[in-house]
Design a protein around this ligand. Structure first.
Ligand code: IMJ
Length: 256
């Protein structure tokens, strides 16, 4: 594999550190010849992502908090001046209050529900609207989801509901943007030890449970998720839109 993304410009939102799925995706996109545009959220992440961007040979690293409309408008303006055209967008962003991932879902507050849905689901709509005008040659928007959107997963709670909204938003966006030859898909990754999984109760036992039962009898590697993202962003994925692709060692198909 090489040069599948030659001549393409890719915007990747959600690199926080080297364990981020967005990082693995950025690495794979670079390997395939894409020009990278990375965003980070807030000053705390700035240095880390700038260092990562420099190591990967990213063309640009920008601040963007997807919960702020004016920051997305500024992102559009910045990208309009260079590179001018975007071919691929990767949305790898989620957030819920930690307490909402620990208590019963029944206890979710209105504010906690709204926060999770705003940052984790609505942000895809906002990002798509900000980027679509720059995707003048068509292109691909890919978001990251998780099985908790369609099954009950212990402790996933409000994030599961937000991922269900994210997957539905992905389908409506695919319908709206299809006529412009912009494809929109989700990758539903198996559980992976990223910063987003750190401190989640019993995460290691979830990893063991999945590895024992998945058809491939192992967990998911970030590089496998990244290669699926390459496929979707590349011309190989030209007929695929509105889909949730499971990159999960097959776990999702299993019943008893
Ligand atoms: C997260 C919580 C509970 C169970 C979980 C996860 N499982 C997996 C995850 C089984 C795989 C990770 N995941 C898929 C996520 O979408 C995580 C989102 C997340 C994580 C945190 C932790 C720190 C925090 N807020 C968060 N918001 C969203 O404060």
């Amino acid at each position: 594999m090489s040069n599948l993304l030659e001549g393409k410009s890719a915007l990747i939102l959600g690199v926080a550190n080297k364990w981020s799925l967005a990082y693995a995706i950025a690495e794979a996109f670079r390997r395939e010849g894409a020009c990278l545009y990375l965003t980070y959220q807030g000053d705390r992440q700035r240095e880390t992502v700038e260092t990562i961007g420099a190591e990967l040979g990213a063309s640009r690293v920008m601040a963007c908090d997807v919960s702020k409309d004016h920051e997305l408008e500024a992102l559009t303006q910045t990208l309009r001046s260079a590179p001018g055209r975007i071919d691929a967008v990767v949305h790898s962003i989620a957030f819920a209050n930690r307490e909402d991932l620990a208590r019963p879902f029944l206890e979710t507050s209105r504010a906690g529900y709204q926060l999770a849905n705003d940052v984790s689901a609505y942000s895809l709509v906002a990002v798509a609207r900000a980027c679509a005008p720059l995707m003048t040659a068509g292109g691909s928007i890919t978001t990251l989801s998780y099985l908790g959107s369609v099954r009950v997963v212990q402790n996933y709670n409000v994030m599961g509901v937000a991922k269900a909204a994210l997957e539905a938003a992905m389908r409506y966006l695919a319908s709206d943007l299809g006529p412009r030859n912009i494809r929109v898909n989700a990758i539903s990754a198996g559980p992976i030890k990223t910063a987003s999984a750190r401190g989640i109760k019993d995460f290691s036992s979830i990893l063991d449970y999945v590895a024992q039962r998945a058809p491939l009898r192992r967990n998911t590697d970030p590089a496998e998720v990244a290669d699926a993202a390459v496929f979707l962003a590349s011309d190989l994925g030209r007929g695929v839109t509105g889909n949730v692709i499971y990159v999960d060692a097959g776990f999702q198909i299993m019943g008893v």
